[in-house]
Design a protein around this ligand. Structure first.
Ligand SMILES: NC(=O)c1ccc[n+]([C@@H]2O[C@H](COP(=O)([O-])OP(=O)(O)OC[C@H]3O[C@@H](n4cnc5c(N)ncnc54)[C@H](OP(=O)(O)O)[C@@H]3O)[C@@H](O)[C@H]2O)c1
Length: 303
């Protein structure tokens, strides 16, 4: 897994979407993919060339995320990096592990690196019930086992923020390939496995664990968020955007995770070739956050 994490994390350029093309560049650009959203308030969107009249938009009021946040697999590369950044941003973090001692050791390491942060280490099953948002950060090969083990710990109303990428490396294959998941994506598999009333939001697949852990590094990239309810995505956005330099972009329903999860092997392939730690930036969004407004045209399937 260490070798895999190096592939996830070889610089700091970012991938911008330019219409149909992908180019690697460190800078943001005002043009590009036609995803323009107005930046504030209820109103009317700007014209969308060739796509009919403007649609109505509405601002999401994202409620503050009640703390603490728990990170299942928080001892690992991505989970620990997220713990550090969220702790630095003033969020109370519970680091979860299959082994309480390992969790406590990770919490101590986090406190050493971020002395002002609040970190606790607990067994996954004890870390999970107290959190409104539980971040799932384990390898794909252990995603279903972890969720099976946590069936009694997850409770109705909780959000599970799934970061899992079904990399072929999980079964000894290449990190630049993915495995087919019957449900369509790892996130949809998670949604099928969690107890009733627990909702899954998918995000953070394109953020490098090593850049998160390198606290001196100024992050500057987008986080693509998929989920079936606007309110859930807004809560996740509020949490993620506590980390300076991360902007969330609403990518649509949970089923879109099948596309977003495929971007990770693409970034790994870029990292290998360019000796970098690539991320994603979506151009053409007019909002400061990329999440301030959402399309109201189609009601959510699970209101
Ligand atoms: N690394 C990145 O840059 C990155 C970026 C975006 C997305 N992701 C995705 O995020 C997820 C976590 O990635 P990672 O690199 O942080 O993984 P990792 O470091 O290999 O593992 C994370 C944690 O998962 C737990 N774990 C490992 N094997 C397990 C098993 N067989 N059963 C149950 N738990 C197990 C371990 O915690 P305990 O042993 O303490 O329980 C481990 O510390 C993956 O799905 C990955 O594709 C990673």
């Amino acid at each position: 897994m260490k070798a895999l994490n190096r592939l996830y994390s070889l610089s700091a350029s970012s991938l911008r979407f330019h219409g149909k093309f992908f180019t690697a560049s460190p800078a943001r650009d005002a043009s590009g993919m036609s995803l323009a959203l107005p930046s504030c308030g209820t109103g009317t969107s700007t014209a969308r060339p060739g796509r009919g009249p403007p649609r109505p938009w509405v601002r999401i009021h994202s409620p503050a995320v009640p703390t603490p946040v728990c990170i299942i697999g928080g001892t690992g590369a991505l989970g620990f990096g997220l713990a550090l950044r969220l702790g630095q941003a003033g969020t109370e973090v519970v680091i979860g592990s299959r082994d309480a001692g390992r969790a406590q050791e990770a919490a101590k390491r986090a406190r050493d690196l971020v002395p002002d942060g609040s970190f606790t280490g607990l067994h996954n099953s004890e870390a999970t019930p107290g959190a409104e948002i539980a971040i799932l950060s384990v390898p794909f090969r252990s995603q279903s086992e972890t969720l099976t083990n946590l069936k009694g710990a997850l409770r109705e109303g909780q959000l599970l923020l799934d970061t899992t990428v079904p990399l072929a490396a999980a079964v000894g294959g290449k990190a630049t390939r993915t495995l087919g998941v019957w449900q369509g994506s790892a996130a949809q598999q998670a949604q099928e496995m969690v107890p009733d009333g627990v909702r899954v939001v998918s995000a953070l697949h394109t953020v490098s664990a090593s850049l998160l852990t390198e606290l001196g590094h100024q992050l500057d990239e987008d986080v693509l968020v998929c989920g079936d309810r606007r309110e859930d995505k807004a809560r996740v956005a509020e949490l993620v955007q506590r980390i300076p330099g991360l902007r969330t972009v609403d990518c649509g329903r949970l089923e879109m995770a099948r596309i977003v999860e495929q971007l990770t092997p693409l970034l790994i392939s870029i990292n290998i070739r360019h000796k970098t730690r690539a991320g994603i930036k979506v151009t053409g969004l007019s909002g400061e956050t990329g999440f301030g407004t959402v399309d109201r045209e189609r009601p959510p399937a699970h209101p």
